[in-house]
Design a protein around this ligand. Structure first.
Ligand SMILES: [Zn+2]
Length: 447
């Protein structure tokens, strides 16, 4: 058989394995994984000797926050950031401006992404307030999952926040019937509000004000409410960007009883601790905030024993000023690869946490998140012997200010090539694909 593309001599990684082999691509999908000494006939070949070949990342926690209608430039910039960082599928949070709160806004957003995104995408719907009665319609229109806040971000628009535990219960009841995941930001808004005003009264500033305004027990309290409500309703709860080892260990208790709960953390909680904050050139305005070095170590241990399912960027562009969050699409994989090369996790775990599991939770597996034959040929070639220096000024994201927390870091490993459905998306961080060929991903039949 003649293939379109063959990547030879790479170490091909899956969540359970690494094999020296040749990846053969035809019509945008993985056609075969061939023995390295097999003769292969292809229009184009890439020699990937001494490199790792991973499935493209499925980042299931991406905020783009473009305005609807309009917002095309923001979508282009942020999905270029994805292509540069090895993220070949973005699962987009519903907080466009205004948010995705019904089927019509979901479809409108999909059209905008189809035209302007550089990478494949899946969309989620808002779950709370005005969108409660729209959940079934949004699922029918193509929402792969839902996202709710606990009132902490009332300024981010209606249709995203659950103002009470009764709201949380009703949202979970509905998403349970549909079998789609329901993601929640885990911080008790009342506790955050109290502690933030105390930090303000104590005239704390910068990172210490931010950290003390969002104590760990606020995360644990909201996780408790969400876990028990998921247990009662049968919802597929996805706890987003947990930073608290205590909250993660607690989730294990419900999982041991069989509740279909998944746990996510973000690269910054694995790479940085609050003790590092004083040395950072900008405050790390993440919510939840960075925790202690001891917590960071506990988080790595929980990851190693399988208590964390997903590592996602929680990418938020435009994090200047008081806005919370960091742009993470261009740093997530480099930061985690560095940890893998340092031995904090295995290369197979990188695939499990950043490609395979997020594809499964989002219902996109096995079309996405794996390199088994028949899957989309989304892949990343990494040279583990090279290094990457983080340079926010060179990033594609519209406002890379928040990425200054990694400024100048010399990370082990370098992304050499990123391919989406067999087509080159980026080369050493430079995007070489234009918008217009992105595919809107719905649930996979087998997923
Ligand atoms: Zn988020």
């Amino acid at each position: 058989m003649k293939y379109d593309l063959a990547v030879q001599n790479a170490l091909i990684l899956s969540s359970s394995d690494m094999t020296q082999a040749t990846l053969a691509v035809k019509d945008g999908v993985v056609a075969a994984i061939l023995s390295p000494d097999c003769c292969v006939d292809a229009d184009e070949t890439i020699d990937a000797t001494a490199c790792w070949l991973l499935p493209g990342l499925v980042d299931m926690h991406v905020h783009i926050r473009e305005s609807l209608p309009g917002g095309s430039e923001r979508i282009q910039a942020e999905t270029r950031a994805a292509a540069a960082g090895g993220v070949t599928t973005v699962v987009v949070m519903p907080d466009s401006r205004p948010p995705v709160a019904d089927a019509a806004s979901l479809k409108e957003r999909a059209e905008l992404f189809r035209e302007h995104s550089v990478v494949d995408f899946a969309l989620t719907g808002g779950a709370g307030g005005e969108s409660l009665r729209q959940i079934v319609d949004m699922a029918d229109a193509g929402a792969v999952g839902f996202f709710g806040c606990l009132g902490a971000y009332r300024d981010s628009g209606s249709g995203l926040h659950c103002a009470s535990t009764a709201d949380i219960f009703q949202v979970m009841e509905r998403t349970a019937q549909l079998g789609r995941f329901i993601g929640f930001h885990c911080e008790d808004p009342d506790i955050v509000s109290l502690f933030r005003s105390r930090a303000h009264e104590a005239e704390l500033t910068g990172s210490s004000a931010h950290g003390q305004g969002r104590p760990e027990f606020a995360e644990v309290l909201s996780a408790l409410t969400l876990l028990e409500t998921a247990e009662v309703t049968g919802a597929r709860l996805h706890l987003m960007h947990l930073s608290s080892p205590r909250a993660i260990s607690m989730a294990d208790l419900w999982r041991e009883e069989g509740a279909p709960i998944t746990v996510e953390t973000a690269p910054h909680y694995l790479a940085l601790a609050e003790e590092d904050a004083e040395d950072l050139s900008v405050p790390a305005r993440t919510a939840p905030p960075l925790r202690t070095e001891e917590s960071r170590g506990d988080l790595i241990e929980l990851l190693q024993v399988g208590s964390i399912d997903v590592v996602a960027s929680d990418h938020i562009p435009g994090s200047a000023g008081d806005d919370l969050g960091l742009p993470g699409l261009e740093t997530a994989l480099p930061v985690i690869l560095d940890a893998a090369i340092a031995g904090e996790l295995t290369a197979q775990e990188v695939v499990l946490l950043m490609s395979e599991n997020p594809a499964r939770v989002s219902g996109l597996y096995p079309g996405k998140g794996t390199l088994q034959p028949g899957a989309d040929a989304d892949f990343i070639i990494v040279d583990p012997s090279e290094t990457t220096r983080v340079a926010p000024q060179d990033m594609y994201t519209e406002d890379p200010g928040g990425a200054e927390i990694y400024h100048g870091l010399e990370l082990n490993g370098r992304i050499e090539h990123v391919f989406g459905r067999g087509q080159p998306l980026s080369r050493r961080g430079e995007v070489i694909s234009d918008p217009g060929r992105a595919r809107w991903m719905w649930l996979s039949d087998e997923g």
